[in-house]
Design a protein around this ligand. Sequence first.
Ligand code: GLY
Length: 369
Amino acid sequence: MPDRYEEALGRIAQKIRKKAEMAARDAMIPYRSAEGKWIGNPYDGNSWWTGGFWPGLMWQLWHLTGDAFFLEEARRVGELLTDEFRTFRRLNHDVGFMYLLSVGAEAKLTGDEQAETDLLHAASLLMGRFNPAGFIRAWNEPERVGFAIIDCMMNLTLLYRASRDTGDPRFRQVAKIHADTTMREFLREDGSVSHIIEFDPETGKRVREHPGQGYALGTQWSRGQAWGLYGFALAYRHLKDPKYLETAKKIAGNFITHIRPDGLTDCDFMQPEGEERIDNIAGAIAACGLQELANLTGDETWKQAAERLTDGLLDHCADWGESRCGILTHCTASYHDDGAGRHTNILYGDYFLTEALMRLCGKDPELWS
Ligand code: GLY
């Protein structure tokens, strides 16, 4: 239904254009919205991992409309994020999310040289987190020195791109080692993936799985499934090894069996029956990953699943009202911790919904390539 998707994109551009003026005026980075206001990052100030999604959305909408307001707003926040290089200690493996969608998008869409330099700076920070025992370290707390998480599969794009842009294979080689470890240690027989695995930082030996943002240890946190799906599809796109494609297909196959009849996505695929916890961010990310898979394989089945998810979001959870700021409702940051938002609008849901629609309309600027 391309007309429907075109129309939705137009409505997103229109609403966000108005509401973004508030963010610019208040000199902040929207993380979520409530009661007619944007709300900033819940933790870690501008180093919080989600800071790239607002400029990413601005770059998408600039690409769509050519409206210079979006360009200026994307650059405003890109500068706030590169200021965080000085703080440094609060940055973690999520520099991929933060900088690919800000300075990475700027370098790609405008050819700006400083933005490209900033992108390579971020890639070097991610490289600096590599433990030669076989994984990229996720977070900074001393007690988590051996932790790696599934989400990092998305951050690897920073490394693929740095190798391509500099001609230096080290970035790609590190990405490959991390992807291989993730494939070996996170992927389960049924096509689901773990969220957090702890390794011995000296030997790289698996220590244990930890519960993360899902329901419980060993369950299927849906956003983690979506990061794995999209992340392995991108690994295949960039590293060309068919084992990554097979992994992405396996994760996608499992994800699809759990799409709800209304097209929405539960927060955890193994959550107790009758306990209503939806995370539409997971559905929006998966809709992008499934389209990547369709492009890589030529198999339209994946695209049809992406359409089911996108239709579910548009049918039930797109808020076009003027009284509130964001678009996508029923986003949940974490199953048990409501501090970062539960069943509310969260900005990275809006980013991925927009990306899914841009892809469906053939207008995606390919910020992950
Ligand atoms: N990358 C953290 C999350 O998905 O919540």
